[in-house]
Design a protein around this ligand. Sequence first.
Ligand SMILES: Cc1cc2nc3c(=O)[nH]c(=O)nc-3n(C[C@H](O)[C@H](O)[C@H](O)COP(=O)(O)OP(=O)(O)OC[C@H]3O[C@@H](n4cnc5c(N)ncnc54)[C@H](O)[C@@H]3O)c2cc1C
Length: 294
Amino acid sequence: MTPEMEKPIQLRHLTTFRLGGTPLRYLRPGTEQQLLDALEECRRNDLHWRVLGGGSNLVVDEGHLPYGVIHIQTPGFDWMDRSAGLAVRVGAGTPTAKLLAYCKRQGLGGLEFLAGLPGTVGGAVAANAGAWGKETCDAIARLWIVGPKGEKTELLRPDLEFSYRHLALQGAVITEAEFALVPRSPELIGPQMMRYARARAERFPVGPPSAGCIFKNPPAQSAGKLLDLCGFRGYKCGGAEVSERHANFILNRRGATSADVVRLIEIMRKAVRRRFGIELELEVRRWPAKPQAA
Ligand SMILES: Cc1cc2nc3c(=O)[nH]c(=O)nc-3n(C[C@H](O)[C@H](O)[C@H](O)COP(=O)(O)OP(=O)(O)OC[C@H]3O[C@@H](n4cnc5c(N)ncnc54)[C@H](O)[C@@H]3O)c2cc1C
């Protein structure tokens, strides 16, 4: 059976920033076999491809995108299983919020810091998502991936190269993850998650379209603070606007284009470089229409 293909699809409907045009192929594998077929189809057609989860960490260009998109947030990859003892196995397309609700019900602690994080488990692992001084990799025990040539591999934590907001994947697709958790009562987990979610809502702009923090924090610095000192809160570029609440967030106000966002990113980067001699690195992932525009 071939993976489900819907065409044409505009990625702006699938990204939290509400940005993105039409990829050459849009594939929604419902099973692992369909994922293998999707990869095979891309290889056969010599088509470069990208993996999409919840689309909450992406700045995607408009127009015709010269690559295929394999969307993992499908029912076939949305499942959870308390495998053994305190471990939970999760399909990569499971929304992170759903995993957290499950952990609370099961009395399993360790992932509370992710409360309020948008996106899927696969995306959180691939981006090594973090908050409040903790990272997803802290709780990872094992991953199951499919490599670009369709090779399936199980990787233990010591085999995985995690770094700040990054996991070295070499083009592989995460299909499932196992988390090693700790016993904790739902009466403790619930309020802790509420505290994190409330702190997030107070600190970050959670309503308007965005992709979270634009830049990584430089060593021992806060990107938001540096941008704040440069006076960026409320700064506008076309339909893109720096949040009044947090200077490391760009919001899509008034139908921004990716060009507006990229221009604003460059202005912010240049200002921080000039004033502090610090080169800010992107935390969001760029999916340019042309390779040289990255
Ligand atoms: C309001 C808001 C707040 C946010 N706060 C935080 C925060 O506090 N901390 C933080 O770290 N991030 C934050 N983010 C960013 C984002 O939510 C996280 O990085 C999230 O984990 C991304 O998951 P996703 O499924 O949306 O991934 P996507 O955006 O779909 O993809 C992100 C990257 O992961 C890859 N990927 C996705 N799924 C897979 C898979 N199955 N296999 C291989 N690669 C895959 C994609 O190719 C892409 O490179 C925030 C975003 C928003 C909009």
